[in-house]
Structure formats: C-alpha cells, structure tokens
Design a protein around this ligand. Sequence first.
Ligand code: TXA
Ligand code: MG
Length: 322
Amino acid sequence: MRIWRADPENITRAVTDLRAGRLVGLPTETVYGLAGDATNGGAIASIYACKKRPQFNPLISHVADVAMARTLGQFNAVAEKLAHHFWPGPLTLVVPRQPDCAVHQLACAGLLSIALRCPHHQLALRVLHHFGKPLAAPSANPSGRLSPSTACHVATLLPDINVLDGGACSVGLESTIIGCLEEKPVWLRAGGVARHLIEDCLDLAIDDMPPDDPSAENKAGTMLAPGRLVRHYAPRTRLQLNVSAPDADTLLLGFGPDAPAGAAANLSPDGDIVEAAANLFAMLHALDAQAIASGKQLGVMPVPQNGLGEAINDRLQRAANG
Ligand code: TXA
Ligand code: MG
C-alpha cells in the first residue's frame, strides 16, 4: 500500500484503478472510505472481502451531485428537500432504487432500497466527477473496528490498500442516515448532521427506527439499518463509559474543562461538541495503541447529548459493548 499525495497525477491514478475494479482509500469529510466502482460486482465483492464485512450489510453509494443520485434512487419530496439542504455533506439518504439503477445489487445487499450520499470533500468530489459513476465506500476499516479519520489510520488498518491523502477528516464521524422510503422519514443512524438541523429543515420530529430485532439480523430483506450492530466502532482495548476519576490502570479520554489533569487526552478542552466529534476516532486510535502497549484499559468521561453529542455517544456505547 501507499499513501498518495493529492496531486493531479495521483487523482488520475486513483480513477484508473477504480475503472479497473480496484479499491482506493478515499478521504471524505466524515471518515475515510474504502472506495470501489459501485456498478462493478467484482469491486463490491472485494470491498466486502477486504473489510471482512458480512454481505448482508449494504454499502453507501457516493455520488458527484444530486443529478447522479436521481438516476439511481427515487427521491420523494422529503428526500429532495434534505438533499437540497445538506448535500454535499454528511447526510446519507436511503431511498427506493430506480428500476434501472446502475449500482450493483451486491452493494445494496439485495435490498430494494439504496443509500446515497454526496460527500463534502474537494478530493472526493474531484474523483467522483472524474470517474463519472457512483462509488461504493464503506468506512475504510475492518468490520467492527474504529473508523479511520486520517490516511495513516487507513494505512494501518488496511495495509494492502492505496489511499489518497486528503488530510484529517473535518467532521470525523460517519454521516447521519435518514430513511426516505415512505412519506414519513425515519432516523437510521446518528452522525455528522445533528438531529435538530434535520428536524428544523423539515419542520417535523423524526422517529427513530424501532429497536433492532436480533432475529431479523440475517434477513437482508427485513433489515432497515443493518449496520447498527451492538458492538461496532470498537477499539481493541476494553472501554468503560462515564469515567470521571480514573484508576491507575485506566487511560482517560476527557471532555471539557473539568477533565482531570491526568487525562490522557481531551476531546475538547473547551467543551465544544463539534471539535469533540472531529477528534473522537483519532484520539481513540491513539489511546488504543497506548493502552495495548502499556497493558491498560480505556475510560471516557461523560459527553453531553446535545447536537453531535448524540452521534458521539452512539459510537462510544457501541465501542464499549464488548
Ligand atoms: O460517513 C459515512 O457514511 C462513511 C463515509 C465513507 O461516507 N461511510 C460509512 O459507510 O459509514 P458504512 O458502510 O460504514 O456504513 C453504511 C451504513 C451501514 O450502517 C449500512 O447498514 C447502512 O449504511 N445502509 C446502507 N444501505 C442501506 C439501505 N439500503 N438501507 C438501510 N441501511 C443501509
Ligand atoms: Mg463503518
């Protein structure tokens, strides 16, 4: 693998690789993606294999613009409004597939719906425009592990993959996912767009998807948000939540001005929830390596639930469920 500087030559090289069905690590504003040609079954199969991802867990198709998205999925009024307001940006819309949708069935795990997102990252958009077709891109980490927010993370997590270096991800958390399959939208995953912004845009409250039904977990046809596995985004070390006074064996990830002086890192010394989101995965990666080297465990201070705090706490809870 190689970390590729983002120059025109490497962008061309990335597009050539994608056209040949090969995979490329691609920066987005949320996390780095493991990108492959969404219309190519072989490329999609390599994504699942490379991540060791269960094949029933479908992938997001990334698009250059709304026009490309409309050729793949059917946008109702709510989906149109959300795309208009938040794209390019950290929002994924799950909509019904168009009958002639070019995205390979394997990318949608056989579902009749498709997850679409237009990322807000100049490099990703340049690759998408140049490539001219949708790119399937799950986070560039082995299934279940912490998501990558730098090119270096990708190089460590997936050593066989070439990755375009687009710097540290500005949002640092995966996209928010909204289901727009029926008139009433459904909240599928907390992420880079805070709930209140979406509710303000639509002027309505959005219901959560009903709790996961474990018996449905293997039935692709019935699963609405199959990626919501209980243990996910996990460091290799044990992680304990709501720790304010750590013992000697715990590396503490602090939040805000009240973090104890001995905290190993602080998501945001000022208590800024957006900054905390951007730092979350990078700090967890670093502390995880430190904890493994020193035989310690990880603790994290309480993080408020407001704004992006909902998505941060979602990731932390899944990381802690070992
Ligand atoms: O920010 C992001 O969304 C990043 C960057 C790379 O774009 N991607 C990402 O992909 O987080 P991934 O594969 O790690 O998560 C995709 C989520 C999964 O939870 C999957 O189950 C859900 O999207 N998903 C995909 N297609 C779906 C569909 N048709 N219906 C419901 N959920 C779907
Ligand atoms: Mg992921």
